[in-house]
Design a protein around this ligand. Structure first.
Ligand code: FES
Ligand code: FES
Length: 134
């Protein structure tokens, strides 16, 4: 299978690997698993008082496409509002990384993880869960 250069770059030099303290009120944590393969992705955001995502980190126990998808999405969400970040579609990730069809679910994991992180942040901060929905 031929992987794109962007995918290999994010896989070999993943951005924003790490974690924040999940108990901080400014941090939202999303932990999701892929039923298709059992891989697990943890994605965290740190949100400013103005509702801007200032920083993002991930830890992914999974395949190269899952690692690349999470690396890419942490880059994309920085500087975005939580509403903008919640609107990112897995198809955009799959397109950017040129994921082959069998690896599409890896990008879905990243979309699910950012949505879960936003919903965790909203819950913690007493915001309506609807804000995180599509
Ligand atoms: Fe899970 Fe890719 S199948 S590592
Ligand atoms: Fe399952 Fe990539 S997340 S193969």
């Amino acid at each position: 299978m031929a992987y794109s250069e962007k995918l290999l770059d994010h896989y070999e030099n993943p951005r924003n690997v790490g974690s924040f303290d999940k108990n901080e009120s400014t941090v939202g944590t999303g932990l999701v698993g892929a039923p298709a393969c059992g891989d697990v992705m943890k994605l965290q955001i740190r949100v400013s008082a103005e509702g801007i995502i200032e920083d993002a980190k991930f830890k992914t126990f999974g395949c190269g496409s899952a690692i690349a998808s999470s690396s890419l999405i942490t880059e994309w969400v920085k500087g975005k509002t939580i509403a903008e970040a919640g609107a990112i579609k897995n198809s955009q990730i799959a397109e950017e990384l040129a994921l082959p069809p069998v690896k599409i679910h890896c990008s879905i994991l990243a979309e699910d993880a950012i949505k879960a992180a936003i919903s965790d942040y909203n819950t913690k901060n007493g915001k309506a869960a609807a804000e995180a929905a599509e």
